[in-house]
Write a protein that binds this ligand. Structure first.
Ligand code: AMP
Ligand code: ZN
Length: 121
């Protein structure tokens, strides 16, 4: 299947990986809308939120909570998060992913490498 997120999961395309386990991979969005804009991606190819099984959904929420702690611990002046799913014509990549936007939309101030180093330090 010609899916960019499956290629990222299989390490055929590089990514800035924040966290990984047997069920999900968390990467920084390549075109961030916020500092620390990340995507939680299930390793199984699931098209969109309507196809998500309960176990994967529960795990994604658990990892979102873990990423919340990481963001609050590592990044400065975090006031809140936006968690977002796109669907249908609004979903560009048809492999399910949960966006996490620290401090919400249009809040990017730093380069992605700088944020990556802060998050993994
Ligand atoms: P959407 O499917 O509409 O929720 O958006 C897909 C998101 O994936 C966009 O925010 C893109 O910037 C992001 N994206 C696309 N390709 C890559 C990639 N190779 N690495 C990281 N993020 C990506
Ligand atoms: Zn895929």
């Amino acid at each position: 299947m010609d899916c960019i997120f499956c290629k990222i999961i299989n390490n055929e395309i590089p990514s800035k990986t924040i966290y990984e386990d047997e069920i999900v991979k968390v990467i920084l969005d390549i075109n961030p809308n916020a500092d620390g804009h990340m995507l939680i991606i299930p390793k199984n190819h699931i098209d969109d939120f309507t196809k998500l099984d309960d176990n994967t959904l529960l795990h994604i929420n658990k990892i979102a909570n873990k990423m919340k702690d990481l963001i609050y611990n590592k990044l400065d002046n975090i006031k809140g998060l936006v968690l977002l799913n796109n669907y249908g014509e609004f979903q560009e990549v048809k492999h399910y992913h949960l966006h996490i936007l620290p401090n919400g939309f249009n809040t990017k101030t730093k380069e992605i490498d700088e944020i990556y180093n802060e998050l993994i330090s």
